[in-house]
Structure formats: C-alpha cells, structure tokens
Design a protein around this ligand. Structure first.
Ligand code: SF4
Length: 194
C-alpha cells in the first residue's frame, strides 16, 4: 500500500477530532478540500448545513458563487485549498465561540504549515479577524496584508468579503467580484518577489 501524503494523513487526524463540543452536534468534520501544493488557500469561518452534509467546504449556493469567481480568473477549485477556521458546523449556524476557534486553530496552523500557500484569502469578517482582530473588512478588503504570526511566521493575507454576503447584497457582490479579479496579478507579483 502506498504511503499517504502528509496532508492526507493529517486530514485523517482532523476528521477524528473531538477536542471541542462542536463535534457532538455536527455530522462530520469538514477538514478542507483541494491541492496539497496550492498557492492559494481560501479560508472561511465554519461549515454550513450543506457543507456538514457533504463534508466539503463551500458548496451549495455560496460555493457556486466562489466556483464562478474562480472560473472567471481561470483557476480550478482543485488547484486551491479551501478550508475554514472551525472544521465543525456550529449549531443553528451561530458564530464559533472564541474557545472553539482557539481549540481548532491547532489544525489550521498545521494545514498552513503543510500546504505553505503563497497567499491566504480570508473570506469574510470572521476569517480576517482571526489574523487581525481589530481589522474592519470594509477598510482592508482587496488589499494584501503581510502579518507576523507567532506559530506560522510571516504570511500574506488578502481579505475579501464572504461569498455568502456577496450572494445577498448587490453592492458587496460588486466589491467581491472586483477584489477577486485582482488575484492573478497578485500571484504574479508574489512570484516575482520570490
Ligand atoms: S471544531 Fe475543530 S477542534 Fe472542535 S471538534 Fe471540530 S475539528 Fe475538533
């Protein structure tokens, strides 16, 4: 039997996690999907109902918006890595609690270390505030931010609105689309700098 790749092995560990109470109320751990060599990690808040049912992040109507955006910039879903800060669905779609975020952060930090993406695209306020607790999405969306983290080191994040917000608000959709279209140029820029 061939040896499993590091990310695959690691994701098996995540899928068995029972470190916080969210696991008792969700159907499954939605650890993430995509390429272990992804240059881009897309990071949301937590799985929703559909994600919990299927075990895949960003599916359903919100996922379709994201897929359309990726298609628009000619990037395949399987070439990026999609995940959330909390890997289990909070009951009634409530926000994850600070202690749940802190507990689950262990898995996210390791995923970032294994995949080592060139940029992390935070989707929505919650994912942005995980890295920058005081930042306002209205002020920093569409801007590359370089931040120093204790556990992961220096990383580049590119905050965007959440596709669920883009789905329900026309103005947010326009901003989300505009920002998303900057991604290919940003990637080229980062590659040049390396
Ligand atoms: S939310 Fe994270 S820490 Fe909590 S049980 Fe799920 S995988 Fe484990």
């Amino acid at each position: 039997m061939s040896e499993k790749a590091p990310l695959e092995k690691f994701n098996i560990k995540i899928s068995q996690c029972t470190k916080c109470s969210l696991r008792a109320t969700c159907q499954r751990v939605v650890f993430g999907s995509g390429s272990a060599e992804a240059q881009i990690m897309l990071l949301g808040e937590a799985p929703g109902k559909k994600e919990d049912e299927l075990g895949i992040p960003f599916v359903g109507s919100t996922g379709r918006i994201l897929d359309k955006m990726l298609e628009g910039i000619k990037i395949k879903r399987e070439d990026v890595y999609l995940t959330n800060i909390c890997k289990c669905r909070p009951p009634e779609n409530r926000d994850p609690l600070p202690e749940e975020v802190t507990t689950c952060a262990y898995w996210l930090e390791k995923q970032i270390q294994i995949i080592n993406p060139k940029i992390i695209i935070t989707l929505g306020r919650f994912a942005l505030n995980y890295f920058l607790p005081q930042a306002k999405i209205s002020a920093v969306h569409g801007i590359i931010l370089e931040i120093n983290t204790e556990k992961i080191g220096t990383i580049k994040i590119f905050p965007l609105h959440h596709p669920a917000a883009a789905r329900i608000n026309r103005q947010t959709r326009a901003l989300f689309t505009q920002d998303f279209q900057k991604i290919p140029t940003i990637l080229k820029q980062i590659k040049k700098e390396q």
